[in-house]
Design a protein. Structure first.
Length: 89
């Protein structure tokens, strides 16, 4: 069973801000997900007929790409004709 402390720890590891009033809801949702996995573990495995693999080839279709100007038009920031991303570190 997942506790509020577990959810808080997972949120910190994932760098996700969860307000303290949301902890109960997320804890409940985590436990429902784990209960569902427990339910799936109880389903007996069945032998299934294996379908042989085959390659399915299709013709390549050349589709024109967007221009660099069209791509960067809605970007929040650009630098040297490229989309500028925020620094990670």
């Amino acid at each position: 069973m997942i506790t509020r402390l577990d959810v808080q720890h997972i949120a910190e590891l994932a760098d996700i801000g969860i307000a303290s009033e949301e902890l109960d809801e997320f804890t409940h949702q985590f436990n429902e997900i784990l209960d569902y996995f427990d339910l799936l573990d109880q389903v007996p495995e069945q032998e299934c007929q294996r379908i042989p693999e085959c390659n399915i080839w299709r013709e390549d279709e050349i589709i024109p790409a967007l221009s660099q100007e069209e791509i960067t038009r809605n970007a929040p920031g650009t630098e040297g004709g490229f989309i500028r991303a925020p620094r990670v570190m």
